[in-house]
Design a binder for this molecule. Structure first.
Ligand code: GLY
Length: 577
């Protein structure tokens, strides 16, 4: 009976939206003008980059698990099905909203520098940054946070209806029975082969005869990973941070020139932090605080943009792109100076997210002309494309919501697997500033606030975000994409709030990005030549490059869930029930 009623009420909601005059609904689920449509559901929903992992999460919801339970099960499954970014050997951030208590909190399970790390450890004999050290050696590997993070989320916010072992079980089965290799996994393994096949442990898992990538349709088994997951299922986080797994991780890092010890692993702790909050045109924003730069700069940019009539300017018009780019430029300049691990440096979060400061900044924005970035602050970045990191969003039938972004940094991290564990290791410590003023792999410049130090967490751009309307959950969103994560997540918010797009349209819309240095507006295919001409006439350099981000978003509008996985990368799935 319940499901019949749900179906009827979903249908009524659907028709209601379709009959409303355009623009009457702030974020319409359905309109005849739309070309892209969200997945809709009444109860719960999961949006992730990989279909099998999404289905694992939905199954947990159907079994009575809450959004946190489903997020944990999805996260473990992604470590098996999306090995380039899903992980046990990396770290990330989880935003959690519990509808009963109304609390919204941020869980930091970012990787930590081993105790032996020190300020100049990524410099060569001449005192210049050595990319080999910071990206491809044992020194690049941070103490992983994912397993401890998931365990902390489970202990504090799990429903209690399902055991920890039940949440790890689907991942064990996928690793043990094997997954059917998708075209996207096969292509990712093909392009990572030069790095991964150098490590015998990685080569033995991901390549036939240690050299040949699996083809679409073939079965990839990860038996060592299954054993590690089994230890985690039986012993909790201890199964990863102590004993054989920890010993093998430390040994592998040391054999690659790093200084991580079993003590570093045993002492790893995730941290509960207060969300960065802001208010944009009546919507409340809650996003990730430092050591992420995401929340602060999303709120800072929104504060600046609130002064402009973006809806009137129109989506991706020259005026809209100009003011977005100018606001982004100023925020990324601040990022380079002020942001770092708040447990080590004082980050002026309140100042950066204050409306007074935004007002000061927009005084310097001229509508007719671009401000050259050299006038904001100098620098000399190198371009680098990295697509990895992955985001998922989960909402359950009670309105609890999770927005989670986690990563190994590069695709397949450092490319090394800890022997006998199946655990791919990250190269997250490249997100530190090896030397003030010198860009990292994403072209991001950092200052002393983000210098390397033992026990410290490197600055991140990962921006899992929750949006509320009148205190009620409205949207969970986030993205991979290195330095573009912040601006990608921002544009989902702008497309929904200002441009009244449904979440699928908001996701598909052409994206732009300015990160202060290089002094360019990077754009995706899809802007008209005359828009580009208008922007160039204002002094912007416009560069059309690869697609940016892969958002996984879920909204709730009048009790109906509407979700969308980004069409930019294959294999993603949003599913509800
Ligand atoms: N490794 C990318 C980030 O955390 O922003």
């Amino acid at each position: 009976m319940r499901s019949v009623l749900s179906t009827i009420s979903a249908a009524v909601a659907f028709i209601t939206f379709s009959l409303q005059p355009l623009g009457a609904q702030e974020t319409p689920i359905y309109s005849f003008k739309d070309r892209f449509h969200p997945v809709t559901a009444q109860n719960g929903m999961v949006a992730s980059q990989e279909a099998v992992a999404t289905r694992v999460g939905v199954k947990i919801l159907k079994k009575g698990g809450n959004a946190v339970d489903a997020a944990i099960a999805t996260g473990f499954a992604l470590a098996v099905t999306l090995p380039r970014a899903g992980n046990l050997g990396g770290g990330g951030f989880m935003m959690i909203h519990m509808s009963g208590s109304g609390e919204t909190t941020a869980l930091d399970y970012r990787e930590m520098a081993p105790a032996a790390a020190f300020k100049d450890m990524f410099l060569d004999a001449e005192g210049n940054p050595d990319k080999q050290k910071s990206r491809f050696s044992g020194l690049a590997i941070g103490v992983p946070g994912t397993v401890a993070g998931f365990a902390a989320a489970f202990d504090k916010y799990g429903s209690g209806n399902l055991t920890w072992a039940e949440l790890v079980a689907p991942a064990i089965k996928l690793a043990e029975d094997g997954i059917t290799v998708t075209p996207s996994l096969s292509a990712a393994l093909m392009s990572a082969a030069p790095r991964l096949t150098k490590d015998p442990a990685s080569a033995a898992i991901f390549y036939k005869q240690s050299t040949v990538p699996f083809l679409p349709g073939e079965i990839l088994k990860q038996t060592d990973l299954a054993s590690t997951l089994r230890l985690i299922a039986e012993q909790g986080a201890m199964g990863f941070y102590e004993g054989k797994v920890a010993e093998n991780i430390a040994a592998k890092v040391q054999s690659a020139g790093g200084g991580m010890t079993v003590e570093d692993l045993a002492s790893y702790q995730p941290v509960w932090r207060s969300a960065v909050t802001g208010n944009y045109r009546g919507y409340e924003i809650a996003s990730m605080p430092p050591p992420s730069s995401g929340g602060i700069h999303i709120v800072q940019i929104l504060n600046m943009l609130e002064s402009y009539p973006l809806r009137e300017f129109g989506p991706n018009s020259a005026d809209t792109i100009h003011v977005m780019a100018e606001a982004m430029r100023r925020a990324y300049a601040d990022r380079s100076k002020f942001l770092g691990d708040p447990d080590y440096v004082s980050v002026p979060a309140k100042g950066l997210t204050s409306r007074d400061y935004a007002a000061e900044l927009i005084e310097t924005i001229v509508l007719e002309t671009a401000t050259p970035s050299t006038e904001v602050k100098p620098g000399a970045p190198v371009p680098y494309e990295s697509n990895e990191t992955t985001h998922f969003s989960v909402v359950d039938k009670d309105g609890n919501a999770v927005s989670n972004t986690y990563t190994l940094n590069f695709s397949y991290g450092v490319g090394l697997t800890a022997d006998g564990t199946g655990v791919l290791l990250n190269n997250e410590l490249d997100d530190f500033s090896a030397k003030p003023g010198i860009p990292n792999a994403y072209g991001l410049i950092g200052g002393t606030a983000n210098a390397v130090e033992g026990g410290k967490r490197p600055l991140s751009s990962m921006s899992p975000t929750l949006v509320f309307k009148d205190g009620e959950f409205h949207m969970a969103t986030g993205s991979p994409g290195g330095s573009r994560i912040i601006t990608t997540t921002l544009q989902i918010i702008l497309n929904v709030v200002d441009h009244q797009m449904n979440i699928a349209e908001a996701t598909a819309a052409t994206r732009i990005h300015n990160q202060w240095l290089p002094d360019e507006i990077r754009v995706e295919e899809g802007l008209s030549p005359d828009t580009i001409n208008l922007l160039e006439a204002r002094g912007h350099e416009i560069n059309v490059k690869n697609a940016m981000g892969s958002t996984q978003s879920i909204m709730r509008v009048d009790g109906v869930l509407a979700g969308a996985s980004d069409p930019r990368r294959p294999g993603a799935l949003t599913e509800g029930y």
